[in-house]
Structures are given as structure tokens and as C-alpha cells.
Design a protein around this ligand. Structure first.
Ligand SMILES: *[C@@H]1O[C@H](CO)[C@@H](O)[C@H](O)[C@H]1NC(C)=O
Length: 309
């Protein structure tokens, strides 16, 4: 008897992304590549923003906060996946499973509320340039950030508690590389009607920021089209492209995963989750810094400072 089986009577099994060994090896190396880049890229963004006083304004503080959340978001699932692959196991304890689920929901929601705060910030900068500094005061910024964390965590608590109450029978094979709520609910042999209802409520809470983002951008575009473009408006507008790219990547993949009936989930959907779990957090820093002159200058300064010492 293999040792692994002795300790794992209560454990869940993470089937992975495809279930096929060759493809799992591929994803292992992909994640091994993606994870350090995500950590370093986001850390550099935070450092560059904090070290350059010209970037001490709401837009960049919110961006630094997004990077901060992304560091934790990708750390919820990727290290466990890498470790399991190296150790040749697929097991995760029930506690570990719930922990992953909690932080995935909490940080995913926080992420999307910060994206909404960033859209609101751009909308205010463009539609009300004269009042911008009073609307986006340091206090308002802190409130937006703290609010994002509170709502994110508040949305994670009920799902985690409701899942903790479920009983699981013989089949404990989670059809993903981490404990995601949908594949976990499918495994339960309890009555999951209420859980599923709550899951859709959760998806609703998660969609509120998207609505805010859409409203913000409708305002932005109508202003930009109406007002003959002044230099200030053009400069404020130039950063909207990066933000919209991140928003579409993030929401496009999340919607593809959760806006449908529970019965339609299968292992092949794990590939979609790779996109928002691992790829978007890695791309955020690049999308913002490659298209933004101030950000590039700040990063350049950070490097020249560290090499001149
Ligand atoms: C997040 O935003 C707040 C408020 O603007 C700011 O004070 C804080 O430094 C930011 N956090 C990070 C990690 O940059």
C-alpha cells in the first residue's frame, strides 16, 4: 500500500488542469515561469510607485494596491500546485481546500472592486477635472481600498461556511488544480440547492464592480467625444486603455467560468481558470508599465538607483 493513501482518507484530490500527465508537466513549467514573474513584476510596480513622488496620486496608489492583491491572489493556488507536482501527490486537506476557496473568493472580489475604484478615478479625472483632487482625496482613496477589502472578505465568508457544512462521500476528485467553488459543490452528496443559490448571489456581488466600470467608461467616452480634447483630458484618457485591457481579460474569463449552470462544469474548464488565476495577475504590471510613460520613467529610476549604489 502506498504511504500517500494512508494519510489521505479525508483528503481531496486535485485532478489538475487536464488530468493528463504530459499536459500537467507542461502546466507545471508554465506556472514555474509565471509565478516568479508575477511576484517580481507586481513588487516592482509597488516599489516604483512608492519611490517616485510624481506617482503619489490616487491612480497610482490604486494600481499599487491592485499589484498588492495580485501577489496574494496568485499565491493562493500556484505554490500548492507546484509543490504537489514536485511531491508527486494530488492531495489537499479539507481545511486546505476551504482556505484556498476563501482566499480565492476574497481576493478575487477585492481585485474586481479595486478595478472599479480605478475606473471611478479615471471617470472623475476626465468628467470633473476641476473637482478631481477634492473628490479623490487621500481619505476617499483609503476608503475605496478598505471598502474593497471588506466587501471581498464579506463575500467569501458565507460561501466558505456553507461549503464547510456540506458532507462529501466517496468521490473527492476536484476537477481543477485548486479548490474552486463550482467543482467542489458538484462533489457534495448533501443538498446543495441553497449553496448554488448563494453562489449566484456571490456572482452578482462580484458583478457590481463591472457595472460601475461600464458606467464610468460611458461617462468617460461621452466626455471625451463631447469636449474638444484638451491636453489634460488626453493625458487622463491615455491610461484608460491599459485599464480596459485588464478589465476585459479579467471579467471575460471569470464570466466564462461562472455565468452558467453548475451542471455544465467539467475538467476542461480548468484551462479558463488558469487565465484569471495565473495569467492576468502576471500581465497587469506589463500592461500598465509598457503603455505608460510615467510608469516606465519610475521603473527606470528604480533601476538606476539600485545600480548606482
Ligand atoms: C493603497 O492605497 C492607499 C490609499 O491611497 C495607499 O495609502 C497605500 O499605500 C496603497 N497600498 C500599496 C500597497 O501601495
Amino acid at each position: 500500500m502506498r504511504e500517500e493513501n494512508q494519510s489521505s482518507a479525508l483528503d481531496f484530490i486535485l485532478l489538475g488542469i487536464s488530468g493528463q500527465q504530459k499536459q500537467e508537466d507542461f502546466f507545471f513549467f508554465l506556472f514555474l515561469f509565471i509565478y516568479p514573474i508575477t511576484l517580481i513584476g507586481n513588487l516592482l510596480i509597488i516599489l516604483a510607485i512608492h519611490c517616485d513622488v510624481r506617482l503619489h496620486n490616487p491612480m497610482y496608489f490604486l494600481l499599487a494596491n491592485l499589484s498588492f492583491v495580485d501577489i496574494f491572489f496568485s499565491s493562493v493556488t500556484i505554490p500548492k500546485m507546484l509543490a504537489n507536482h514536485l511531491l508527486g501527490t494530488k492531495a489537499i486537506s479539507f481545511g486546505g481546500c476551504l482556505t484556498q476557496m476563501y482566499f480565492m473568493i476574497a481576493l478575487g472580489n477585492t481585485d474586481s472592486y479595486i478595478l472599479a475604484a480605478m475606473a471611478y478615478d479615471r471617470a472623475m479625472a476626465i468628467t470633473r477635472p476641476l473637482h478631481y483632487t477634492t473628490i479623490m482625496s487621500p481619505r476617499a482613496c483609503v476608503l475605496l481600498v478598505v471598502g474593497s477589502w471588506v466587501v471581498g472578505n464579506a463575500n467569501a465568508v458565507p460561501h466558505t461556511l456553507l461549503t464547510a457544512r456540506l458532507s462529501f462521500c466517496a468521490n473527492k476528485e476536484v476537477a481543477n488544480f485548486y479548490c474552486d467553488i463550482a467543482p467542489l459543490l458538484k462533489l457534495s452528496c448533501s443538498d446543495i440547492h441553497f449553496n448554488v443559490k448563494m453562489m449566484y448571489v456571490g456572482v452578482g456581488v462580484f458583478s457590481v464592480p463591472l457595472l460601475c466600470i461600464i458606467i464610468s467608461y460611458v461617462q468617460v467616452f461621452s466626455t471625451v467625444l463631447r469636449v474638444p480634447s484638451t491636453k489634460g483630458v488626453r493625458k487622463a484618457f491615455s491610461t484608460c486603455g491599459s485599464h480596459l485591457t485588464v478589465v476585459s481579460l479579467y471579467y471575460g474569463t471569470v464570466m466564462g467560468m461562472y455565468f452558467r449552470p453548475l451542471t455544465s462544469y467539467s475538467l476542461k474548464d480548468a484551462v479558463i481558470t488558469v487565465m484569471y488565476m495565473a495569467v492576468t495577475p502576471m500581465l497587469n504590471p506589463f500592461i500598465y508599465s509598457l503603455r505608460n510613460r510615467d510608469m516606465k520613467a519610475a521603473l527606470g529610476k528604480l533601476f538606476s538607483k539600485s545600480t548606482s549604489q
